[in-house]
Design a protein around this ligand. Structure first.
Ligand code: SF4
Ligand code: SF4
Length: 101
């Protein structure tokens, strides 16, 4: 395991369990789609160290979003040249929750 936070950021997980991790980590408002090329531009643009995590999926590098750490600033969406970052519209869910109290 990596000793430092910066090492952890670039630590690549084995592909085993990566699909599961992708859906877990993509559960936040900002998420990575299948167009990710693993170019790392989003990491450079992100103000939160723990918000991006590198995983190996089918031998290819993907940078996923840690929904617990992401502050939804949108920097990665501007930085990504592959349209691989998306924003989940939660407006309907918000109003449903509001109705329920
Ligand atoms: S900038 Fe886009 S394509 Fe590049 S690693 Fe990040 S999400 Fe993937
Ligand atoms: S939305 Fe902001 S905090 Fe979240 S991953 Fe993108 S750049 Fe980082």
């Amino acid at each position: 395991m990596p000793k430092y936070k910066t090492e952890k950021l670039y630590y690549k997980r084995k592909s085993e369990g990566a699909q599961e991790q992708m859906s877990e980590m993509n559960s936040g408002l900002v998420f990575t789609n299948e167009q990710c090329t693993g170019c790392n531009r989003c990491i450079s643009a992100c103000p939160v160290m723990q918000a991006n995590e590198s995983v190996l999926m089918d031998g290819k590098n993907k940078i996923l979003v840690n929904g617990d750490a992401c502050i939804h600033c949108g920097n990665c969406m501007d930085a990504c040249h592959h349209n691989a970052r998306e924003y989940k519209d939660d407006t309907e869910q918000f109003f449903e929750d509001l109705k329920r109290g």
